[in-house]
Structure formats: C-alpha cells, structure tokens
Write a protein that binds this ligand. Structure first.
Ligand SMILES: [Mg+2]
Length: 354
C-alpha cells in the first residue's frame, strides 16, 4: 500500500459560547482536516488543530507544512508509522499539528486495512472512556452555574480554568464546590499563570476542594516544578512544559510532575503520544489525554488512545462538545455525559464528506 495523495481542508467551526483561559478568549476557530488517499482505495482522515500560543503553529503555517509533508510522503506505506515519521521529521523540524494530522490519518488507514477499531489495534480491550468537562474563566456565580449544568448532564469530573485573579479563582472553586456537592472531582488548570509562591498560596486556600493542578508555572520554568510539588499538597500536572518524550523524560527524571497531559497536536500524533506514555509509565507517572480546540476527528483518535492504555488514566477530551456539530462529520463515538463509547468500526470510526 502506498500514499498517493495528502489533502488538507480548512474547516470553520463555531463555538457555542466564547471560551476564556488565562491568556486568550476564543470565539470561533478553524481547523484542518487531513485526508490521506492510498493506491488501494483506502482513505484515512486526521486533524491538524494548531494553537499558536502553545506550539507557535497557525492554520496558515500548518497548511504550508502539510503541503510539503504530503509531497514527501507520496509513495510511502501509510501503515509503516515509523517510516512515515522519519520522512516527516527529515522534511521539517516541529510542525507537530501538521504531523499529527497525517499521523492520525495513517493510523485510521492501518485500522481500516486490518479491520480493527483503533483502540483494539493499539492493544485495548475496552471501548469506554470517562472524560472531564472544562469550564472557562468567568464570574464565580456563572462558573458555579455552568458546573451545575454539566454535572446534571452527567459529567463527574470538571476541569476549571484559573490564573487571571487569585481571589476570584479561590471564590470560583468555593462556589463550584458548593454548587456541585462533595462527589464531583475538580481539577484546575493555571495555564502557566503562577509563580511557585503563588501556587503555594492559591493551592493551600483551595485545599481539598481540588484534586490536581495543571501547568502552574510558565512552560519553560521546569526547574521550579519540583519546588512546586513540595509546596502544594495536590498532584501537579504538566501540559505546556511537555511536548515530546524527551521533554517528559527531563521533567520526570527531575521529579517535576505527578501527571503528564499529552495532546496529540503537541506530540505529532499517536506515535509521539505512545512514546511519551511509555516514558511516563516507566517513571510510574500516569498520563491524561487532553486536546486543542478539535472536532471529533482529532478527539476520536485521543479517545481510542485512552481506551487502549491503562496508564492513560485521565481524559480531558471535551472540545467538540462546544461546537455546533459539523454537517460533514459522521460517526466516531457516542457519549452520555462524560462516558464516551467508541464505535467498533475499523480505524477511527469517523467518516468525513470531504
Ligand atoms: Mg492545559
């Protein structure tokens, strides 16, 4: 089997509500759906969803990258994932979103060619995953009411964005806890907003109400992560600080994290995610699969990954819930609240009219 064509489709997706995190507010966005065609007629779909503040990649840069990567891959067997990545990495450094788009499409082809859903192909035996739901920064009252709404919809774990204002953040966690009761797990994501001392103050004020803190420090300030782990009682998760297996090795060897948030768009796809997960597992550290602002195409790949790996203990795969459903996208997985059930169709189980 050989790749004959790699096509990129820029698609617009509308958010149901504006989404605010510590350094940006997002209203509408675009994503790239990648279609890989082969000489046997098998076609795979993937998604490249760059987020400039985290990887420096945009829709414009990734469309250019996809053209160059696609041209380099014509004639390569899409099932030979290591070869696919070697060719991509030899063509250009970085551009992990473009590489993720192609990688996901190649895994889709591998699944379709072998007749197996991706989670089985990757070694999993369950098609169910539990995801959290993420609340953007708003007033404590609005956040508490949004939290109540999602718990009523069936989510048992909420991730809360913080980092704009310490007192507001502490008030928001108190309001959310009062609104949802004691049994809902709350994790917070500071998206690089804090200093170590600030992390200590805020996390002590929040106390047992929160189960973990994600990315307290700026991405490059990994040398202070062990200090933060010593200062706060809750587990510390890294996201923006870890893009690759090498990053994970450095942070975990230094004792810098309790959980690693893997995103396919940072890792260059499922191949990179597999390597990061192996490093984390070797260090005795569980991982979470997170997402950028992706449709069900990219999200389905991450859901399959979580279903296939016991060390992938957490899922933060909710972005698609905030979009009006795209008319060109079908299948994948169903969900009741935070419980996602994957389709047993081969590959991602997704079809795109593109
Ligand atoms: Mg994060």
């Amino acid at each position: 089997m050989k790749i004959t064509q790699v096509e990129s489709f820029k698609q617009s997706v509308t958010l149901r509500h504006p989404f605010k995190i510590s350094f940006a507010t997002i209203y509408e966005l675009q994503t790239i759906i990648v279609k890989v065609t082969t000489d046997t007629g098998v076609v795979g779909f993937g998604e490249a969803s760059p987020f400039e503040p985290v990887t420096g990649e945009s829709i414009a840069t990734e469309l250019v990258a996809l053209d160059a990567l696609g041209a380099a891959l014509v004639g390569v067997d899409p099932r030979a994932l290591e070869r696919v990545h070697n060719v991509m990495d030899a063509t250009m450094l970085g551009h992990t979103a473009a590489k993720a788009g192609i990688d996901i499409a190649c895994y889709d082809i591998l699944g379709k060619d072998s007749g197996l859903p991706l989670y089985q192909l990757l070694g999993g035996d369950s098609n169910q995953v539990v995801s959290d739901y993420t609340l953007g920064i708003d007033t404590p009252e609005a956040m508490a009411s949004a939290a109540q709404e999602q718990v009523a919809a069936g989510f048992t774990v909420l991730k809360v964005k913080v980092g704009d204002d310490d007192q507001q953040d502490i008030a928001a966690i108190r309001a959310i806890r009062a609104a949802v009761g004691p049994d809902v797990e709350l994790r917070i994501d500071a998206n690089q907003a804090w200093t170590p001392k600030q992390a200590k103050r805020v996390m002590r004020a929040m106390g047992d109400d929160v189960a973990a803190v994600e990315q307290p420090l700026p991405a490059s300030q990994t040398q202070d992560l062990p200090l933060v782990r010593a200062l706060v009682d809750q587990p510390v998760m890294v996201d923006e600080s870890v893009h690759s297996a090498t990053d994970a090795f450095k942070v975990l060897a230094a004792g810098g994290a309790d959980i690693v948030n893997i995103k396919l768009q940072k890792a260059g796809g499922l191949w990179g995610a597999t390597q990061i997960n192996a490093v984390a597992a070797a260090a005795g550290i569980p991982v979470m699969l997170g997402c950028m602002v992706e449709t069900k195409v990219g999200i389905a790949a991450a859901v399959h990954f979580v279903a296939a790996h016991q060390n992938a203990r957490y899922a933060d795969l909710d972005a698609f819930l905030d979009f009006a459903s795209p008319s060109w996208l079908h299948g994948g997985f169903t969900h009741v609240g935070g419980i996602y059930t994957l389709s047993d169709a081969p590959g991602l189980g997704i079809e795109c009219d593109l």
